[in-house]
Write a protein that binds this ligand. Structure first.
Ligand SMILES: CC(C)(COP(=O)(O)OP(=O)(O)OC[C@H]1O[C@@H](n2cnc3c(N)ncnc32)[C@H](O)[C@@H]1OP(=O)(O)O)[C@@H](O)C(=O)NCCC(=O)NCCS
Length: 394
């Protein structure tokens, strides 16, 4: 078996059959192949690897160059996707080898974190990834937000086809990349494809400044308004978008909107019936997962306390080692560990702390490491729990 990096154009002959068999209804027709080939101009910057046997691609994996905010620091991120093996080549370790090589290459090219959507989280747990929260949806009748219909809010919402609203929408995502923990975006090459999404975008502005936006579609008169991520910079932006939804009261029966774990829809109104749900099941609806590709890259992360802990990271070819983590003057520094480690963590364990999804006790109970009792307090204080919101779907 040989691993080879292929260009975007080569993906149609090598990766398309593997991916389409794995993820799409099949057998496929010529039209599916042509659609895939046309889309490849948006994959020019992706790193695509195939494993070949006798000159034929039998497994593939790719990474998009992306960026992600982890506790206020924007990292270059490898967004892993297109992972598939031909059924007759499965369980021979091809994906293990492809992923190992892909992550090393992305790290060498400057990526310090990686994320993906797993078909089965335990599979990627072995590659150092830890689970992040899955998005939820809030489902409600617009009548529940009647109090907002006539409210005088200092701003306005404009409804545009995606093609026209794209620049404002994209600029808002770049702003949120700098402001919101976990938020991630594609590079410009990949993002360009979304300009043609068949969606409306509602853009909320205050004094001309974009403060919130949401993309959506309406399935039919009297049916559902199905909205994607509710992107807001604060409460006023959210109120403007909710007011916009409320004004669909005689047009749609329900609004279904995607939200993060920090949204509490039952507090959006009084006497407001709402169903908030987050379904997780394999293989199609897992939460995303993420991992560090460098522990040193945590240097500069905001941390609220002055504490120092030496940790050892084990069982990982990219980040294994001994590190001293010191919080001082509001920032974390990472240096080679000089003292005896007070915690032994897997890559998933240190990633869980960095991303804020587990505290040190949970890291232990989940089997992602050992932490001495004296280190539980300092590690919890250095890495307070804080739920990330990934946004990008890939
Ligand atoms: C998932 C898939 C890519 C795995 O490919 P593969 O080439 O069989 O994987 P590997 O042989 O490299 O497996 C690596 C390890 O994971 C294990 N593994 C493989 N498939 C697994 C599964 N479905 N569940 C749990 N463990 C699995 C292997 O036993 C192996 O364990 P080891 O490291 O202890 O030897 C392949 O089954 C596939 O194409 N599935 C359909 C598409 C899909 O789900 N893609 C993933 C999208 S995120």
């Amino acid at each position: 078996m040989q691993i080879r990096q292929v260009t975007a154009d080569e993906r149609t002959d090598t990766m398309f059959p593997l991916q389409t068999y794995a993820f799409m209804p099949s057998p496929w027709g010529d039209a599916d192949r042509e659609t895939y080939a046309r889309r490849m101009r948006y994959y020019e910057t992706a790193v695509s690897l195939v494993a070949e046997e006798d000159g034929r691609a039998v497994a593939c994996a790719a990474a998009f160059p992306m960026r992600q905010n982890v506790r206020g620091v924007v990292h270059d991120m490898a967004g892993v996707a297109s992972v598939a093996t031909h059924p007759s080549a499965r369980r021979r370790g091809f994906i293990r080898e492809l992923l190992t090589r892909l992550l090393r290459q992305m790290r060498d090219e400057g990526c310090t974190v990686s994320a993906l959507y797993p078909f089965r989280p335990s599979f990627y747990g072995r590659h150092g990834y830890v689970g992040l929260p899955r998005v939820r949806t809030a489902t409600f009748a617009p009548a529940g937000l009647a109090h907002l219909v006539g409210a005088e809010l200092p701003g306005e919402v404009e409804r545009l086809p995606m093609r026209e609203g794209f620049d404002d929408f994209n600029a808002l995502t770049l702003r949120l990349l700098g402001e919101r923990h976990g938020f991630s975006v594609y590079d410009e090459v990949r993002t360009a494809e979304f300009r043609d999404n068949q969606r409306w975008v509602a853009v909320a502005r205050v004094d001309g400044e974009v403060v919130a936006a949401v993309t959506y579609r309406i399935d039919r008169f009297g049916g559902d308004l199905v909205a994607d991520d509710l992107l807001t910079t604060g409460p006023l932006g959210r109120a403007l978008l909710l007011q916009f939804f409320a004004r669909h009261v005689d047009q749609v029966a329900r609004v279904i909107v995607t939200i993060g774990t920090d949204e509490v829809p039952e507090l959006w109104g009084t006497d407001f019936p709402v169903l908030t749900q987050g379904r997780v099941e394999q293989p199609r609806r897992s939460g995303p997962m993420a991992r560090l590709l460098s522990v040193e890259a945590l240097g500069g992360t905001a941390t609220p306390v002055n504490e120092a802990v030496t940790v050892e990271v084990v069982d990982d070819v990219l980040v294994a080692g001994c590190y001293q983590l010191t919080g001082e003057g509001g920032r974390l520094t990472v240096e080679p560990g000089k003292n005896e480690p007070r915690a032994t963590l897997t890559c998933a364990g240190i990633s869980a702390l960095a991303y804020g999804v587990l505290d040190p006790v949970e890291v232990v109970t989940r089997g992602l490491g050992r932490v001495e009792a004296s280190a539980v307090g300092p590690l919890s204080a250095l890495f307070p729990k804080r739920m990330p919101y990934l946004f990008a779907d890939f």
